[in-house]
Design a protein around this ligand. Structure first.
Ligand code: 5AD
Ligand code: SF4
Length: 458
């Protein structure tokens, strides 16, 4: 899945009990979300389940009866952060032994035994297919540690209504799991087999989001464009969502390059509500490495797809994911990745050092040959190149007008607002009374490799 920007690698994306009413009487829950947008969406789902069961949200750990960390397992670093946070939270639990401390999501599935056996302060371990049982498991955890990490190939949570986080974008999970089994990736093991939510239920969710005031939806799935509910494929679904009144922008993440059909490209070209931005993970520019990763495409086929996308969708912005230091990656393979990235000139990229994940084919069968220092060197090299390219591309926007969906106050710079362009660029501009969740035209006056800067055009 796509992460949020190249500097901020996987991070805490939500840090409270999103959306639930705050109250003193009922049990109160506080959730921290780690990792990708799928987890943000799952947190909203968990909040829906807990709300139905009478739970309320806590705004701080100190006020919570239940603290849940909704976790990521994609790289070792993501898991280390959670272990560190759990150890911090164990001191809160020492003061308040009644506090229920839980771990949900991918790491819960990946390291269930370790969590329960080695971290005695963890009361609850809930895998991605067991959120329906959360209230029950929280009840059980009050006595003994509770565990449910079974995978359920049919669970799609379609009858549950998420409690959406405030903001300008509604996340709609359209498919869960993954059948691709890239050799480096833990996702198919922790999230199970691919399954799609029926289109009718998704349209209902999109209509509700529109009625709640959301103008933008992002369709989510591990391989979002493999969506198929038996009748409707991903291109059909995009068309249906585009016809929902009130929705002005449609995004999706993350597509797999080998499932990008001509029909999908044509549909994107026909539907102007579908944003001109695609996160298209390439992982490597070396055919030898792509083969060892079992990515199913060659660099040539990927580049051909990029060409077809760019000619059908003028002004298209592209981002990608890249892994450096995959086992057996030689200097020449790394150079091929650098060359591919220079050729495509992505608007932005998420770049990672390979992290061996127990349970995957690469972990079992391919020795991790690239020394850590070399992985670091390659990562720094590829980030430096991408930062330069992103800066050059962004400076090309100076003088141009961008339609921006206003997200709120900018983190830095007093009196500044921030929003996103159609091409998913972060745009910062003087606030001057603009309201969140409205569209404004911004004349771009400056740019860095991460941000466009501008002022409102009246
Ligand atoms: N090591 C490093 N990066 C990984 N990713 C997935 N698994 C690993 C791993 N074992 C990256 C891929 C994927 C993104 C979400 O995380 O680039 O597209
Ligand atoms: Fe992981 Fe590959 Fe599936 Fe993406 S497509 S979730 S990288 S196995």
């Amino acid at each position: 899945m796509q992460l949020l920007d190249i500097e901020r690698q996987p991070d805490v994306t939500a840090a409270d009990g999103v959306g639930l009413p705050v109250s003193g009487a009922a049990r109160r829950v506080f959730v921290e979300t780690y990792g990708c947008q799928m987890n943000v969406s799952d947190t909203e789902l968990m909040m829906g389940v807990l709300k139905e069961a009478g739970f309320r949200r806590a705004l701080r750990v100190e006020d919570a009866d239940v603290v849940l960390l909704n976790t990521c397992a994609i790289r070792e670093r993501a898991e280390e952060r959670v272990v560190g946070r759990l150890s911090q939270l164990s001191s809160v639990k020492r003061m308040r032994p009644d506090l229920v401390l839980g771990v949900s999501g991918c790491m819960a599935k990946h390291l269930a035994e370790k969590l329960l056996n080695q971290l005695p302060y963890v009361d609850l371990v809930v895998g991605p297919d067991s959120y329906r049982r959360l209230p029950e498991l929280i009840g059980e955890a009050a006595g003994n540690p509770a565990l449910d990490v079974r995978l359920d190939r049919h669970e799609d949570y379609l009858d549950l209504d998420p409690v959406r986080q405030e903001g300008t974008n509604a996340w709609i999970t359209i498919m869960r799991g993954c059948d691709k089994f890239c050799t480096f990736c833990i996702v198919p093991y922790v999230r199970g087999r691919e399954r799609s939510v029926p289109a009718g239920d998704l349209l209902r969710q999109v209509r509700i989001a529109a009625a709640e005031g959301f103008r933008e939806v992002t369709l989510l799935g591990q391989t979002v464009n493999s969506y198929h509910d038996g009748e409707t494929d991903f291109a059909d679904l995009l068309k249906m969502v585009a016809h929902v009144e009130g929705i002005r922008r449609i995004r999706f993440t993350s597509p797999h390059p080998s499932d990008f059909s001509d029909k999908l490209i044509d549909t994107m070209a026909e539907e102007s509500k579908v944003c001109r931005f695609i996160h298209l993970p390439v992982q490597s520019g070396s055919d030898r490495v792509l083969k060892a990763m079992e990515r199913i495409y060659s660099s040539g086929r990927y580049l051909d797809l990029v060409d077809r996308l760019r000619s059908a969708l003028p002004g298209l912005c592209l981002s990608t994911d890249v892994i450096v230091g995959f086992p057996g990656e030689e200097d020449s393979d790394f150079e091929s990745t650098m060359a591919l990235m220079r050729h495509v000139r992505y608007d932005s990229a998420f770049m990672f050092k390979y992290s061996p994940r127990k349970g995957t084919v690469a972990f079992r069968e391919i020795p991790d040959t690239v020394p850590e220092a070399e992985k670091t060197r390659r990562l720094q090299t590829v980030i430096a190149q991408q930062t330069k390219i992103s800066g050059e591309i962004n400076r090309g926007y100076v003088g141009h007008l961008q339609e921006v969906l206003v997200e709120g106050d900018a983190r830095r710079g007093k009196g500044q607002a921030v929003g996103k362009s159609d091409g998913f660029k972060t745009v910062v501009f003087p606030k001057n009374g603009v309201r969140t969740n409205t569209f404004v035209d911004i004349r771009i006056t400056g740019a860095t490799s991460h941000t466009l800067i501008g002022r409102q055009e009246h």
